[in-house]
Every structure is written in C-alpha cells, then in structure tokens.
Design a protein around this ligand. Structure first.
Ligand SMILES: C[S@@+](CC[C@H](N)C(=O)[O-])C[C@H]1O[C@@H](n2cnc3c(N)ncnc32)[C@H](O)[C@@H]1O
Length: 209
C-alpha cells in the first residue's frame, strides 16, 4: 500500500472556494471555536467507547478543544491543522503527556511521518471535512486507520456556494463517504448538522487519491 501522494489528488470542482490558512487564522483570532456539547459527547461515547491505549488523529483540529477531549477520555491524541494561529492557541491552552499538535495541510501534502499506515484507531473530522478534498481525504484516512479503525465526523449539511467559511457536505458527498465501511451510525443533531461514526473500512478495492 503506498502513501497518498503529495500533489492535489483528484480534482475537486469546489476547490477554488476552499478558504486559505490565512482566512482560518483570522477566524481563530476572532475566537469562534466552541466546545463539543454534551449530547454530541454522549453519542460519541455510545458509538465509539474511547479508552486508554487508543490512538487518535483529529484532522482540522482548530484550537484543539475536541483533541483535548479525546485525551480526557484516556486516548493518545494528535491534532492536525494548517492554521498557525489555531495551532498556537491549541498549544497555549496547556501541555498534556498524551496530547500533541502538528502542522499539516490535509489537502496538499503527504501525511506527516507521525501518521504511519494502519497506526491509528480513530480519525476525527469535526466541522472540518467540508474543507477537505473528499476523495483524497478518504484515501488518507483508510491508509492511516487500523483495520477495524473508526472515522468520526461532525458536519453541516448544505451545498457549497455560501460563505466559504460556512461549508457543508452535500447528500452525494455523504453517500460517497459512507460507502465501503463495515458499520455506520448516523445522527442528526440539528436539521443541518450530522454526526457519523464509520467503522472498519472493508472495500476490497483500495482507495487511491
Ligand atoms: C470550523 S474549524 C473546526 C475546528 C475544530 N475541529 C472544532 O471542532 O472546533 C475548521 C478547521 O479546519 C482547518 N482546516 C481547513 N482546511 C484545512 C486543511 N486543508 N488542512 C488542515 N486543516 C484545515 C481550519 O484551519 C480550521 O481550524
């Protein structure tokens, strides 16, 4: 199995409207990030059962509240983001032996060396998946996840085209996302916000970016 490659993977017609890291720097300076509400945390625990010794990668971690929550549940968690300001705030919130933050532009560079093939039990994309090239992201996730690993997503549902910093996934993208997993659970927290827990990528055809 080869690593997802360093160039942009499959073309995405919406790519031109993806916000740049500098846009996210400003967004984070304005202090927009929020803590995961109780009902989301409760649903996540019911469907994933976090425990010590499990390793997690939080993609598009922002200022790291969710990454930090994963360590509170005992996990070893690394948050990845391409906003230097988000990473600065995430680190400034305090160190923890099981917590780490690292720079990674998920859309345009190879996974960092900390992410080896089949090394991670859980990948999370909370309010971030709509900014990633979905085909490429799925190839990366299924490459770094252990065989029975889990992908957790929380995402708005709406077509691109509004404010570039307010993006969601379309129903077609949700369908693409859910294909090939051994089990999938979904929950709508609001009419336009969906949670997904996808476990055990099982497709016989390896995904390639
Ligand atoms: C709406 S914020 C969500 C932050 C956090 N996950 C949360 O739950 O609060 C989206 C985050 O995705 C990050 N992001 C967007 N595109 C990215 C990319 N290509 N590579 C890495 N991070 C990206 C942004 O910098 C931002 O921190």
């Amino acid at each position: 199995m080869s690593a997802p490659q360093g160039s942009h993977g499959s073309p995405d017609p919406a790519a031109h409207s993806w916000p740049a890291a500098q846009d996210w720097d400003e967004w984070h300076r304005a202090g927009r990030a929020c803590v995961a509400p109780f009902r989301e945390r409760e649903w996540f625990i019911q469907n994933f059962a976090p425990s010590p010794q499990l390793a997690a990668a939080d993609l598009g971690c922002g200022t790291g509240q969710w990454t930090r929550q994963l360590t509170r549940w005992g996990m070893q968690a690394t948050g990845y983001d391409f906003s230097r300001e988000a990473l600065r705030q995430a680190r400034a919130a305090g160190a923890h032996p099981r917590l780490c933050f690292a720079f990674w532009d998920v859309n345009s560079t190879r996974p960092p060396d900390t992410l080896q093939p089949r090394s991670v039990d859980l990948v999370t994309c909370r309010w971030s998946l709509a900014y990633f090239n979905l085909t490429r992201l799925l190839a990366t996730v299924t490459w770094i996840l252990k065989p029975h690993g889990t992908l957790y997503i929380l995402t708005p549902l709406h077509a691109p085209g509004r404010d570039p910093l307010d993006r969601g996934l379309t129903q077609a993208q949700i369908a693409q996302l859910m294909t090939g997993w051994q089990s999938s659970r979904t929950r709508d927290f609001h009419r336009t916000v969906r949670g997904l827990v996808l476990r055990g990528y099982a497709s016989t055809a390896e995904r390639t970016p």
